[in-house]
Design a protein around this ligand. Structure first.
Ligand code: BGC
Length: 740
């Protein structure tokens, strides 16, 4: 037993990229040092304490009386507190009634919009449009900053291979490369180059780390992944966000390698600070420090707080542990005052960067608040990214809908809905500002003779089919049907795991009934996660994946339906055929017995193909693109060279259109097993009808590197396959060789 433990420890240590923890270096500033030298211990612990107001909350409010805490310096930051009036009132208490007059930091979950709502992050990721994503992050920050806020708990950059997990809607999907680029874009959009104009927020990268890999897809569950998968798949987007300048990081609820993230020194100190040089502050997730008692790694909350501080935690969200419990650890020497001072220094530094010491009310300007929210420009940006996020999953030619159609029946529980369309995690977003699908279609067809009829047909959930007959009666005199079905927004997001990822209720039965009429059907699916869509696919003439698209959802979908926008989105995550295939992802590894449909003895199911219904990177357009075979400027290259890959892409259809050109690599022989393909680059390009564009990619050493068996980051000579196409299942290939 002892030997096994010993080998385990050695293995773990050898996998760790840095095991010696240096003293963390937080830049020193005279104003802050002066404050620290004047602070009592309670005031220091107060700066390390974050409470929710009792206005809104994503969990139980375990502590009231925050106004007294502000006055006595026992609370330095608040969340769920927004609007200029509200934040001004609280800030006044801090800077007028507390002893040291240290301004408060106001945080909030501004996830995909403040008032102007953008598509849910998973949907927006389908746009593969980094500029549009950065812009939406900027707009949401601008609106929130005009409403008194300083800090958003975004971006969430958790990679996931788990469609059952409700929080899949908040991230960028399954791929590490796409997720990393989007993480950077979101951080840039949120923080910009600084806070001079008070139109940006401080970003908080979450949830560090590997929150997207809960066993069985159940939220908050343990994570069991190897150090290799952790470093190759899950870690890079957090690093990309930190490299892009993210000033704060939130821990996750799960454990990693047996230690809950909020007490995990390997994560918070060895990786984050020592390997990556992060010098912002780390905040716990909601009571996640307290929850280490339930994890069973500490006997009580005092020990939980001490474990958190020792690991490198700076701020306690809602747990009241730093404020109330950790003094014992200082008295008995398990933690020391330098650790506390470092945390306080890191937190005050962010307040200083925001400019709050010069003007605590910098973000509280009534005029700006009145003029910055839901502006025409913001709504246009929302419509733009919303239509770029709609994935055309099937089209037998019915789309775009010809203006010669005479009568369209619009049906389904999501057709006249606003509340769900703003999506889960919509915070202060309001359904009344959302354009429903019905409204969007009416608006689009205003100047035409096409007549519209609407009937709901059924609810999202439940078994009531009593309206099916009325639907069928209306179908009779329509030329075609547009059916909007899917999930309601509470089926995704936090604590919203589903074991069956089907369209709920009798919605698919409604589709079948309509199908029996023989009338053409366009089905629009609205949801927060990949769903099993076999019946929708087989029962519809066209299928649009429309996620929850935000304030301009209806207009954006109508733009696509009637050809004012040619769909260009590609799936950022695989859609399985059945829950039994989960986890399912495109960058799996080759096995000793790779899939072979003609023999039994290999990696496969007896009752189902291995492939998903829709694979990562898939999405159709109203036009068609022809790809030439990729070419390389050299077929053999050395480690330090770069290789230029070119491909000709021709728009061979009848519409101008944007295409997402995706480049994947495969390392054919390497000392450890590698994925059958990995995305390494992409470009989203407009190609006009009949036009041919040459698309170039430059690949360098980093694109061919991986962790070897000693967890060293290396490249190895040998053959690589480069695949370039419009989806991850492309077979459009060139072989190149890396020499010594
Ligand atoms: C969530 C975080 C969120 C926090 C504050 C937690 O329950 O996991 O993502 O930022 O609440 O609302």
């Amino acid at each position: 037993m002892k030997t096994i433990i010993y080998i385990g420890v050695i293995l773990f240590l050898s996998c760790s990229k840095s095991t010696t923890s240096k003293m963390r270096s937080v830049p020193k500033d005279p104003l802050i040092e002066n404050l620290i030298s004047n602070m009592t211990l309670d005031e220091k612990l107060g700066q390390m304490t974050l409470y929710t107001t009792d206005w809104e909350s994503t969990g139980p409010t375990i502590r009231g009386g925050y106004e007294n805490d502000i006055k006595s310096g026992r609370c330095g930051a608040l969340f769920n507190s927004h609007t200029v009036d509200f934040t001004t009132r609280l800030q006044k208490i801090a800077v007028e009634e507390s002893r040291l007059k240290i301004p408060l930091l106001f945080g909030y979950d501004v996830i995909h919009g403040y008032k102007t709502m953008f598509p849910i992050p998973l949907g927006e990721a389908a746009s593969w449009d980094l500029e549009a994503i950065e812009k939406s992050a900027y707009i949401m920050s601008k609106e929130a900053a005009a409403s008194g806020l300083h800090w958003t708990y975004a971006p969430m950059v958790d990679i996931t291979r788990e469609p059952r997990w409700g929080r899949v809607m908040e991230g960028a999907g399954e791929d590490t490369y796409l997720g990393s680029r989007i993480a950077e874009a979101r951080v840039k959009g949120i923080q910009g180059t600084g806070f001079d104009k008070a139109d940006r927020l401080v970003a908080c990268v979450k949830h560090f780390a590997a929150y997207g890999a809960p066993i069985g897809g159940r939220d908050y569950n343990s994570v069991e992944i190897s150090e290799r998968v952790f470093r190759e798949v899950y870690l890079p987007p957090y690093k990309a966000a930190v490299d892009a300048g993210a000033l704060t990081v939130m821990t996750s609820f799960n454990d990693y390698n047996g230690i809950p993230a909020s007490g995990n020194k390997y994560l918070l100190t060895d990786i984050l600070r020592n390997e990556w040089g992060f010098n912002g502050f780390v905040v716990s997730d909601y009571t996640s420090i307290n929850e280490m008692v339930n994890h069973g790694v500490v006997k009580d909350e005092t020990d939980a707080g001490i474990l958190a501080i020792t690991a490198g935690m700076d701020m306690d969200m809602q747990g009241a542990i730093f404020q109330d419990k950790i003094k014992t650890g200082l008295n008995d020497g398990r933690i020391n005052i330098n650790q506390i001072d470092n945390s306080v220094r890191s937190i005050l530094r962010i307040k200083k960067l925001l400019g709050l010491f010069e003007n605590p009310f910098k973000f509280s300007d009534k005029t700006r608040e009145a003029n910055s929210i839901l502006t025409k420009e913001h709504l246009e940006a929302s419509r733009d990214v919303a239509r770029k996020s709609i994935v055309l999953l099937k089209n037998n030619g019915i789309l775009p809908i010809k203006k010669s159609v005479k009568k369209v029946l619009i049906a389904g529980p999501l057709a006249d809905d606003k509340n769900n369309l703003i999506g889960a995690w919509s915070g202060s977003g309001e359904a009344r500002h959302c354009v429903s699908l019905l409204e969007g279609i009416k608006q689009n067809l205003k100047a035409t003779d096409i007549r519209i009829e609407y009937i709901k047909g059924c609810e999202i959930e439940g078994s009531d089919k009593s309206n099916f007959e009325s639907v069928l009666a209306k179908v009779k005199d329509a030329d075609m049907v547009i059916l909007a079905i899917g999930e309601n927004k509470d089926m995704s997001g936090e604590a919203a795991a589903r074991s069956m990822i089907r369209i709920p209720g009798v919605q698919e039965e409604l589709l079948k009934e309509i199908r029996s009429s023989g009338k053409p059907i366009v089905t629009i699916v609205m949801n927060g996660r990949p769903l099993v869509l076999n019946d929708v696919h087989n029962g519809s003439d066209a299928v649009l994946e429309a996620w929850w698209l935000g304030s301009q959802a209806g207009n954006a979908i109508a733009d696509v339906l009637f050809g004012d926008y040619n769909p260009s989105a590609k799936l950022p995550i695989s859609f399985p055929r059945h829950e039994g295939q989960i986890p399912i992802f495109y960058n799996y590894k080759s096995t000793g017995r790779p899939f072979n449909p003609d023999s039994k003895w290999n990696t496969k199911y007896l009752d189902m193909p291995n492939a998903p219904l829709y694979n990562f990177g898939y999405g159709l357009s109203y036009t068609s693109f022809d790809y030439s075979a990729p070419t390389a400027d050299k077929t053999s290259f050395k480690n330090e060279d770069s290789v230029n890959i070119s491909v000709n892409v021709k728009n061979t259809g009848n519409y101008d259109g944007e295409e997402v050109i995706q480049l994947y690599i495969r390392d054919v022989v390497s000392s450890v097993t590698r994925p059958v393909k990995e995305l390494k680059a992409f470009r989203k390009v407009m190609i006009k009808k009949g036009e041919n564009k040459v698309i170039k990619f430059e690949l360098s050493k980093k694109d061919f590197s991986f962790y070897n068996d000693k967890m060293e980051w290396v490249t190895e000579p040998g053959e690589f396959h480069i695949l370039v196409g419009g989806s991850s299942d492309t077979a459009n290939i060139i072989k190149i060789k890396l020499t010594k």
